[in-house]
Design a binder for this molecule. Structure first.
Ligand code: CA
Length: 230
């Protein structure tokens, strides 16, 4: 079942969309913390994002930009803003479709189905600095070659990429690796991090993993490390 994430602050509108999409055979998920919406959406990795523009604490434009910089998830902007410049800006930031509310249900569903068809079969690629990571197979495309990463290394790299330069805590990494943060196996996490660091060094990538003791790990450009090696 195709999954559609709804980013909408008005509860009534959200409910209405949810009901309509479920009836049409889609699975829906809601994102209601708008400040962290982009990261949350990248983690959820839905088949399509329905995005409102006027949101408290964040702008739909910013969310659209962040999601599109990091993924190939289609973004459908659904907004009450009617200005041409809003539509143009949204499309410029990579939005795939733009409709103003209120709109006819049939039109919305037809356009959603069109986009999903267009994206059918496209792999789910995350973009990094000079490389791409396929989130389904953990294949890394870099310098004209492709390398399949061991699953655990792929999951760590995926998590760090989604953070977009911010620190990932060991809890976040453990959740990505083992689906839980109830018990944290520091040693196993370290082993996997060390292996990924080796892989990154061996592939001559333009980045490295910076570790700050007691805080977490993040990706930085080569040579930009702050010097807290852990
Ligand atoms: Ca709104």
């Amino acid at each position: 079942m195709k999954q559609i994430a709804i980013v909408e602050d008005e509860p009534l509108m959200r409910e209405e969309l949810e009901t309509m999409l479920k009836k049409a055979g889609y699975e829906t998920m809601e994102v209601c913390d708008f400040e962290t919406a982009a990261e949350h959406l990248l983690q959820l990795s839905p088949d399509l994002i329905l995005l409102d523009l006027n949101l408290p604490g964040a702008s739909g434009f910013q969310i659209c930009r962040s999601v599109k910089q990091k993924s190939s998830i289609p973004v459908f902007v659904l907004t009450s803003r009617e200005q041409m410049k809003d539509e143009l800006l949204a499309l410029e930031l990579g939005a795939d479709e733009y409709l103003t509310k209120p709109c006819r249900k049939e039109r919305l569903l037809a356009r959603i189905s069109n986009i999903l068809k267009r994206y059918e079969g496209r792999s789910n690629l995350l973009e990094g600095d000079g490389f791409l990571l396929d989130r389904q197979t953990y294949t890394l495309y870099i310098n004209g070659r492709s390398v399949i990463l061991p699953k655990n290394q792929g999951k760590i790299l995926e998590t760090l990429l989604i953070q977009d330069g911010r620190m990932a805590t060991k809890q976040e990494l453990c959740r990505a690796l083992w689906g839980t943060e109830e018990y944290i196996d520091e040693n196993a996490l370290q082993v996997n991090l060390t292996r990924l660091k080796k892989t990154i060094a061996g592939l001559d990538m333009n980045l490295q993993i910076e570790t700050v003791r007691g805080v977490g790990h993040r990706l930085v450009r080569k040579g930009k490390e702050a010097g807290h090696e852990g």
